[in-house]
Design a binder for this molecule. Structure first.
Ligand code: HEM
Length: 470
């Protein structure tokens, strides 16, 4: 009989397994004498690029190799800096729970996403973050979600009724456009008209800016275009503010203008603009990738596609209401398993703001950290058979995610936990429901999408499927 997951997880996390050092192994920093801590061990990799290519192209394989060599906390040079990776739910919990206030988000993330999303709520810490999050939370309450879903359903209908059945239908490409159109409707309000294309283009440039390889303001480069586009978005949102402040509409932009806590705290004009830009970004790639990958797994596993469709058909309505979400249990299992297999925010960034420790390893102030959410969700001992798509692992009977509070953490955890978790889940399920009633889809036997890595793994080949009308 295999060891229970909880036991295995505890064993690995608490023991600093004795390893035979190899010549390339180096400590990040010597722990203070008498601290009882071990150093974080690692290896710099190649000059200049370090291990960037390995982590980008073979994220899972590289992390598993490092984990085998160094344990749950290790360092490597990658993405233009020295990084400490934290694998496993114990270490992830230490950082996200942040009981000693030793870790910060802003300076952790800024290195990776640049100045494009400044003053977004994820890029704030401690009291300031709490203040903004409390106001923002008003825009994600149940009654608000109900109204967003009402606005979303017709946009979904319009979007997918344009999808033409056939082979080679690029699901990921189509999904990207669909989620952008929905965001325009639900976040900004549907009245963009001719502005829509220009703003969508600007938004995409801002997202790509953060992923630029040449990270400097060179005319013609992605970084430069990202900055220019950020200015364009700022101007647009600022120009619309007076109208939105006066309106009683249900789009996120109007709601953020009105949002107020019980203590009367509200957002300034600049806050609304910054939160709009950040939230659009936080919602877009994540929902797109999740939806496309749910589609892929349902194509790969037709028995699951049939099972989810039967539940949707049983609802007997073309579009779901908020309360219907509980009546789609199989869809929920597939959603959770897809997020486990393919976490769209694969690595979560932080920085140590004082000397501290993770899993018994000494982490000095200034250390840049990456919490390995995606690899942890795809590794033993935290998951059984982690590369197998098996949604039933989330059923009440098996409940594999209960091995540790942070074993399944695609939405992060604690104070920065995704504020759009219910929104994203609702959007993806609302789209899937309509799609399942209209279409079925397959992929050829043996097809696997070519994966690349942005904020997490995504299908770089557009995810061609065979789409059929029902
Ligand atoms: C499946 C879809 C999604 C996934 C997997 C996801 C994942 C995450 C993760 C891991 C974080 C935490 C980052 C950290 O701790 O540094 C986060 C934060 C955040 N997400 Fe999401 N997200 C999704 C959808 C959305 C949507 C739809 C929205 C908005 C409607 C959204 C808005 C945000 C915001 C504003 C934050 C920052 C929260 C804070 O710092 O307090 N996300 N998300």
């Amino acid at each position: 009989m295999s060891t229970p997951l909880a036991l295995k997880a505890r064993h690995v996390a608490t023991s600093l397994v004795e390893r035979v050092p190899s010549p390339g192994d180096r400590p990040l920093a010597e722990p203070p004498a008498g601290s009882g801590l071990a150093p974080v061990m690692g290896d710099p990799g190649l000059p200049i690029v370090g291990h960037t290519l390995g982590f980008l192209e073979h994220t899972l394989a590289s992390t598993r190799r490092f984990h085998e060599r160094f344990g749950t906390v290790f360092w490597a040079n990658a993405f233009g800096t020295r990084l400490v990776l934290v694998v496993g739910p114990d270490g992830i919990e230490t950082v996200l729970a942040n009981r000693d206030r030793a870790f910060a988000s802003k300076d952790g993330w800024e290195h990776f996403i640049g100045p494009f999303f400044e003053r977004g709520v994820m890029l704030m810490d401690f009291e300031e973050h709490r203040h903004h999050r409390r106001i923002m939370q008003q825009a994600f309450k149940r009654e608000r979600l109900v109204a967003y879903l009402d606005a979303m359903n017709p946009a979904i209908e319009r979007g997918i009724s344009d999808w033409r059945p056939g082979s080679g239908f690029e699901l990921y490409t189509a999904t990207k456009q669909l989620t952008l159109d929905i965001a325009t409707e639900v976040f900004v309000g549907g009245e963009l008209g001719d502005e829509a294309d220009r703003l969508n283009g600007a938004f995409i440039d801002v997202v790509h800016g953060g992923q630029a390889i040449v990270r400097a303001d060179v005319p013609g480069g992605k970084w430069h275009r990202g900055l220019e586009s950020r200015r364009l978005l700022e101007e647009y949102f600022r120009s619309q503010l007076p109208g939105k402040r006066a309106s009683n509409a249900d789009d996120l932009f109007s709601v953020l203008c009105r949002a107020e806590t019980e203590d009367g705290e509200r957002f300034s004009d600049a806050d609304v603009v910054n939160h709009m830009i950040f939230t659009l970004m936080a919602a877009h790639d994540t929902s797109t990738i999740t939806l496309a990958m749910v589609g892929y797994y349902l194509a790969r596993h037709p028995e699951w596609q049939d099972r989810v469709r039967v539940e949707s058909q049983a609802l007997g309505k073309t579009a779901i209401d908020y309360d219907d979400l509980d009546a789609l249990p199989s869809m929920d299992l597939v959603f959770k398993e897809t997020l486990r297999m393919n976490a769209p925010v694969g690595l979560v960034a932080r920085i140590a703001i004082k000397d501290t420790e993770i899993d018994g390893r000494y982490v000095p102030e200034g250390t840049r950290l990456m919490l390995a959410i995606y690899p942890t969700q795809r590794m033993e001992p935290w998951w059984n058979d982690p590369d197998t798509f098996d949604p039933e692992r989330f059923t009440e009977a098996r409940h594999e995610d209960s091995s540790h509070k942070y074993a399944w953490a695609p939405f992060g955890g604690n104070v920065h936990k995704c504020i759009g978790m219910h929104f994203g889940s609702m959007e993806i399920k609302a789209i899937l429901h309509q799609l399942l009633l209209r279409n079925s889809w397959r992929v050829p036997a043996g097809y696997e999408p070519v994966m690349d890595y942005g904020t997490g793994p995504f299908p770089a080949d557009g995810l061609p499927i065979e789409l059929r009308a029902l």
